[in-house]
Design a protein around this ligand. Structure first.
Ligand code: S3P
Length: 185
């Protein structure tokens, strides 16, 4: 075991990439806790995400997100799912790297759009042409995801369980001690 490596898995990726659902499956499989930065922001502010955007604006939300990310360094053996925009600030990317093994979940724009269209809770896509808004954000953030991630997993052609299985395998390569611990137990 490498003591230099923080023992967390940090999931980054665009809205609809499956960070929360696949992250929960991963956490269960490897016996880690699970945290979601959006959920932590909701707990901290006492408001839902759309309410924060509407009442306080995006910058306030981003500041909350940075505060939450800063607090994550205390975590251990945790799978952390981040909001899609958590990688925009350089400062956040640096903190996430120090927090754990950063994996980007990705998918094609069409598939992401199909997935996010199933719910109306994402303030950045509540506009006249959400498909175009997604496309613009996707292009604007592509480099930030690349810079943030140590490994990228494309889930376009995978079911949720297949994606979780692929993620588990990647995480076991990065943290081989997890496998040996479960073999011993
Ligand atoms: C956002 C993504 C959302 C949430 C907020 C902003 C973004 O999280 O943090 O609506 O900027 O991409 P999900 O990626 O979990 O949808």
């Amino acid at each position: 075991m490498n003591l230099e490596t923080p023992e967390n898995v940090v999931l980054v990726g665009f809205m609809g990439s499956g960070k929360s659902s696949i992250g929960r499956l991963l956490a269960k499989a490897i016996g880690f806790d699970f945290l979601d930065t959006d959920q932590l922001i909701v707990e901290r502010t006492g408001k839902q995400i759309p309410e924060i955007f509407a009442e306080n604006g995006e910058e306030f939300f981003r500041d909350q997100e940075t505060c939450v990310i800063r607090s994550l360094i205390e975590q251990n053996r945790t799978v952390i799912s981040t909001g899609g925009g958590a990688i925009i600030r350089v400062e956040n990317r640096e903190m996430l790297r120090r927090t754990g093994f950063v994996v980007c979940l990705t998918a094609s724009e069409d598939i992401l759009f199909e997935r996010v269209s199933r719910n109306t809770k994402r303030p950045l896509l509540q506009c006249e042409n959400p498909r175009q808004a997604l496309s613009k954000l996707f292009a604007a953030r592509a480099e930030a995801y690349e810079l943030a991630a140590q490994w990228t997993l494309d889930t376009s052609l995978l079911t949720q369980h297949e994606a979780a299985e692929a993620l588990i395998q990647g995480v076991l390569i990065h943290f081989p001690w997890i496998r040996s611990n479960s073999n011993n137990s």
